[in-house]
Design a protein around this ligand. Sequence first.
Ligand code: NAD
Length: 482
Amino acid sequence: MSDTIKHGSAGLHLDGAAVEVGAREAIVVHDKSTGEVIGHAAQATLEDVDRAIGSARAAQAIWADTPGPQKASVLRKAAALLEAQRESFVEFLVRESGSTKANAEGEFNASVIEFYSAAELALAPNAEVVPSGQRGRVNLVERRPVGVLGLITAWNAPLHIAARVLAPALGLGNAVVLKPAPQTPLVGGLMLAPLLDEAGAPAGLVQVLPGDAAGPALVDHSGVDMVHFTGSERTGMRINIAAAQKMKRVALELGGNNATVVLADADLDLAARLGAQASFHHQGQVCIATSRHVVAREVADEYTRLLAEHARSRTVGNPAESDVDMGPLVSASEVERALGMVRATVDAGARVVEGGTAEGAFMRPTVVADVRPGMALHDEETFAPIAPVIVVDSEEEALEVVNSTRFALSAAVFSRDLDRAWRFADRVRAGMVHVNDMSALHETQVPFGGIGASGTGDRLGGRANIDLLTERRWLSLQRSAT
Ligand code: NAD
């Protein structure tokens, strides 16, 4: 056990310092494979929330006034400090969130890049000149920080889900009060915040408040200018309603029910390999996972057979102990929920081709055939390693099935005919569509996000972060009084 794990017990991160759990209620953090206690966090109180927002506002004023090159240097230093702690962050991603080592390395690398990219944002042009109809007037459209951001995150990629918003928010002059998921408060926030302090951010610029009270309080508090939320559709809807009552800006990154479409002329080996990866990677607990395989009847049997072969070949176990393909789900109750969806779908006429079994939090990758719209595995997000196969008789029917969900996050289409695939992709309703590739793609510099029940349509990543995390202000200057 590393030192970090032994001592990974700061309760919250307030005003630029780690605060012990003390008299607050403790959140016990478990290793998701073994159940072992690996640390504690504190349930932040409403007084903590008030105090954090007060000092975040003060720190934000200082930070907004800090020259861009200086902000960039703090962010580059934070990136370097993070990089230097690779081993303990990867260890925590494996143990606290159940990642395989490869997935943890990927998440860690993406998180480091977010801080280097944020340094670039601090140096990017922050105003444009727009021609005026009035002689002598100069119109500047400035990009100004939003102010204090309330950041509420999910557990499935805890470090990157925090870093992808926190880093650019800082780069663009904001302060962040982060409320991490209760399953992953350490690697999802408490381990990250001290690095910003050490890098030279003003005390209070980044604070971490775990616990159930902090989320709703951040949405409600008049000192929070914007809420960024990653999580479920249900919570997102509640936050959207609460934020509307405060006329507060809100960005929501929610769930998906993403399709991989296999047209009759697809390269089946490629489609099945990437389709399996998109369904089983990180135990299917990825918002852009493929949770529906929509397959042309001519190739459905062969595709299902290949998919089942991929599922069968995967090893499942404790990723801290051996080099497995898949780790645990976040909890045994999540496995029960997923198996319940499989049972309901089978009761409605589908059949399990592979998997469908579990031991504790470890679930075998599962392939279910004869799935149709109206069945649980078709209609709802699964967030588990399940690949339901839906057979269609035409491209039109495939499109109808793909677009029949209220979610619209990601999709993939496979065909050897690029023109055909592109035409199909054009008609898919989703924030991201991939031709001959996985639905579960992510690149830090490419705008990411969904519409419909998948989110507010905001985009994260690259220059889209400027739209997401700044306000525009028109500043006009009259050169002469005549
Ligand atoms: P969740 O909605 O249960 O919880 C998310 C966060 O919201 C947690 O920190 C939780 O404590 C907090 N929360 C709960 N109730 C709240 C309230 N009333 N007010 C404020 N905060 C509240 O989601 P989860 O189970 O942690 O995450 C899984 C979901 O997240 C899946 O649906 C997945 O698809 C989605 N997700 C989306 C993306 C994306 O980028 N679109 C990325 C990762 C996960």
